[in-house]
Design a protein around this ligand. Structure first.
Ligand code: ZN
Length: 269
């Protein structure tokens, strides 16, 4: 039988946690062709965050993933409008290195809005260890920034073998394995054990019940980051899945709240 959880009871009763502010380190924003995302504009997103007790979301605008010059600006504008709720990742597209040079030239201003980098290697069809990513890695490493990766099992672009190469090369930045190498769970956990600057991230992981329990057992809840791809998925579902996993409340508090603050203390501001 599942262990009793005061947090779960509280969330089921009122729809948010009173003493555990949730930090979501993997979100997006804006419409996407081919799918209806009902809460993808900043005001609607912030409203949903408030309802579910999400204190801050770190996101990259959908437009930024392919057209960083347009999309990173949109990300910044939203953070300017909702500084109490939003921070952004600066998205890097290895096909447009010039844009990154321009954007990071103004980093002293940019760092108010951007807390790290977002890399989407699988979609750009460039391996994480490719020379074209060096610029982004060296930047993140020199400033010890978090880098949120899209990682997927079996991918030659951002699967576990590629992550292992870059984690060995760049050890000052913090590497967040978005989707935890989805499906290649064992390799993702091995990476976290081998590299102290690598973290598992839960977006899309929670579609497989039981795996969060195994992650907590094997690598410890200190190395697991909460992320949702919001507005693709809803907070009641994602927070609910963490609360419903058979782990201790202290693990849930680390995953939903404490680990993100340890990685990015400025999220408290
Ligand atoms: Zn994502």
């Amino acid at each position: 039988m599942k262990r009793k959880s005061l947090l779960r009871e509280e969330f089921y009763k009122q729809g948010y946690l009173s003493d555990t502010p949730v930090y979501d380190l993997h979100g997006h924003m804006g419409p996407v062709a081919g799918i209806h995302l009902p809460f993808c504009e900043p005001e609607a997103m912030v409203q949903r965050m408030k309802t579910s007790g999400v204190r801050k979301l770190v996101f990259s605008h959908h437009a930024a993933l392919m057209a960083p010059d347009i999309g990173n600006r949109a990300s910044q504008e939203s953070v300017e409008r909702y500084p109490d709720f939003l921070r952004a990742y600066l998205a890097f597209n290895p096909h447009y290195p010039g844009v990154f040079h321009r954007e990071t030239d103004g980093w002293e201003t940019g760092k108010k809005f951007f807390v790290g980098l977002k890399l989407l290697s699988d979609y750009h069809r460039v391996c994480l260890s490719d020379e074209r990513y060096r610029l982004a890695w060296e930047f993140a490493d020199s400033l010890r920034l978090p880098v949120l990766l899209h990682t997927w099992g079996g991918s030659g672009y951002d699967g576990p073998e590629q992550v292992r190469l870059v984690a060995g090369r760049y050890q000052q930045c913090q590497i967040l394995l978005g989707h935890s190498c989805h499906g290649d769970w064992q390799e993702a956990m091995a990476l976290v054990k081998d590299f102290p600057h690598v973290y598992l991230e839960l977006c899309a992981v929670l579609d497989e019940r039981g795996i969060l329990e195994e992650m907590v057992r094997r690598v410890g809840s200190e190395r697991i980051i909460f992320g949702t791809d919001f507005p693709w998925f809803s907070y009641p579902y994602y927070i609910g899945a963490v609360l419903d996993a058979d782990i201790e409340d202290q693990d849930r508090v680390r995953i939903l709240s404490g680990n993100a603050l340890r990685l990015i203390p400025s999220l408290k501001d």
